[in-house]
Design a protein around this ligand. Structure first.
Ligand code: NAD
Length: 489
């Protein structure tokens, strides 16, 4: 831990001196509303000042992205590919710095964030490999016409990201945008600006021309809003809360923005009594108590068959009570502090809500210490799906266990939610699994597995969990326009 803190202090020294500036057209620019202070959830101390950008800064960044668009769009594909591969290499070379900064900024633990930094590099490599074919179209010959379709990048786009795993998620949006040939204005979450700054530095060092990626820090209601309303910005890739997704859709309506929304979830993990219960237990724990439970795909509702409920919950309680809460830079720590005071207050409010609703706090349900925003990993039992702990996205290390008796009942509880991001099914009866996957209302379902992301597959949700898909060619569909040309024969 001490070595990691020492290294972190080395990395942060320059930010403590200069603050984090916006990056527009390859230049450092102060925020037009001055600065705001970024704090760490570990002990609430100030990390550094951050440029407070507003509509004026977004305007400058959108103009820079617009000015850089033609050069980037028309650069030969192989050259663009080379630059994106170099970005991946730059991320790998600075993975430790990224991971340490991310943990200090967000409270995420090093054991997970060191992998997330490398996932960022993978995202760049994966989309770099598609650059050459990404714009390929089709020939569709009719008796009288030779029809040619092509794809072309939509133009400058806005990317708005949340504070959970912010580096990985930013690369997940920005890499395909750049690979498509779009230029980008990135508005990172106000609570986690550090690694967005590292990303733009790495990209420019890799040779990305000035203005192709611009970063404007600031708050959602001014900088974020201005980005969604800017006429030069052709599309918005957004990751965040469902409520915000709805607001930005309205904000973008006047300029007819194309929107891609990756939103919240209240995802079920359904464990039948014929499942491999040891593996299911590991996965149930991993999918809600890793990454501080601040994960859109987390399985926050455990639907457990009543025949095995008592035994499964007993093992779960024992494991949850042994999860190590601590300093996020300690490699042994499994759960770090909750990202901000506001979010900490939200997560901890459910400890009372659960009791008021009649559920049992079977593990956790407490704050830890006074120094930072630490909570014990929490398990609620004796719950039903009507309780607020089963309906609302808590977005912390908090699991609600709900019993069911039949397949039909499991399905009905699973779908009785406004969300539809992921679902997880544990059973050895694969016919039953097929029936369930067919009927569960979710964009992504895993059978006998935790969430394992394979980049060519579509990622996204249904219902209040979002609109649109990322991954593989789905990302390019979003960042590009189709063009049809018909030649008379
Ligand atoms: P949030 O919606 O509060 O903020 C996300 C981003 O939107 C921030 O950058 C914020 O500044 C900006 N924003 C806020 N109001 C805005 C406005 N009016 N106009 C433009 N921008 C605005 O979300 P959060 O609390 O930072 O993140 C947690 C949420 O993100 C959770 O609900 C989680 O489920 C969701 N999430 C979803 C996915 C997914 O892939 N589906 C992935 C990660 C996180």
């Amino acid at each position: 831990l001490d070595t990691n803190i020492e290294k972190l202090n080395g990395y942060l020294a320059r930010f403590r001196e200069t603050g984090i500036l916006n990056r527009v057209a390859g230049e450092d620019v102060p925020g037009s509303a001055g600065v705001y202070q970024n704090t760490t959830p570990i002990d609430k101390s100030v990390i550094c000042d951050v440029a407070h950008g507003t509509a004026a800064d977004i305007d400058a960044a959108a103009k820079a992205a617009h000015a850089a668009f033609a050069e980037w769009r028309d650069m030969p594909a192989l050259e663009r590919k080379k630059i994106l591969i170099k970005v991946a290499e730059g991320i790998e070379a600075r993975a430790e710095e990224i991971a340490l900064c991310e943990c200090y900024d967000t409270g995420q633990t090093l054991r997970f964030m060191s992998k997330a930094a490398l996932r960022g590099a993978e995202n760049f490599r994966y989309f770099a490999d598609q650059v050459v074919e990404a714009r390929d179209g089709q020939h569709l010959k009719s008796p009288t016409l030779m029809n040619i379709t092509t794809r072309t990048p939509i133009g400058p786009v806005g990317v708005i990201t949340p504070w959970n795993t912010p580096f990985m998620l930013s690369t997940w949006k920005i890499a395909p945008a750049l690979a498509a040939g779009c230029t980008v204005v990135h508005k990172p979450a106000e609570a986690s600006p550090l690694t967005a700054r590292l990303l733009v530095e790495i990209a420019e060092e890799a040779g990305l021309p000035k203005g192709v990626l611009n970063t404007v820090n600031g708050f959602g209601e001014d900088a974020g809003k201005a980005l969604t309303e800017h006429p030069l910005i052709k599309a918005i890739a957004f990751v965040g809360e469902s409520r915000t997704g709805s607001i930005i859709t309205k904000q973008g309506a006047d300029t007819l923005k194309r929107m891609h929304l990756e939103l919240g979830g209240k995802n079920p993990v359904i464990v039948f009594d014929d499942a491999d219960l040891d593996r299911a237990l590991d996965a149930v724990i991993f999918m809600i108590y890793s990454i501080n439970g601040e994960r859109c795909t987390s399985s926050s509702r455990l639907l457990i068959q009543d025949t095995i409920k008592d035994a499964f919950e007993a093992k779960l309680i024992e494991r949850v009570n042994n999860i190590k809460v601590g300093h996020p830079l300690d490699p042994a720590t499994e759960i770090g502090p909750i990202v901000t005071e506001e979010h900490f207050n939200k997560v901890t409010s459910y400890f009372d809500i659960a009791k008021e609703d009649g559920a049992t706090v079977a593990a956790g349900g407490e704050k830890v210490g006074e120094q930072g925003y630490f909570v014990r990993p929490t398990l609620f039992t004796n719950a039903n799906n009507d309780m607020r702990i089963a309906r609302e996205e808590i977005f912390g290390p908090v699991l609600t266990s709900i019993p069911f008796s039949t397949e039909e009942e499991a399905l009905s509880i699973a779908n009785d939610t406004e969300y539809g991001l992921t679902g997880y099914i544990w059973t050895k009866d694969l016919t039953r699994a097929l029936r369930m996957t067919d009927k569960i209302e979710a964009g992504m379902i895993w059978v006998n597995s935790e969430n394992v992301r394979h980049l060519p597959t579509p990622f996204g949700g249904v219902k209040a969990s979002g609109i649109g898909r990322d991954g593989g060619d789905w990302s390019f569909e979003f960042y590009m326009e189709q063009k049809h040309v018909g030649f008379a024969l």
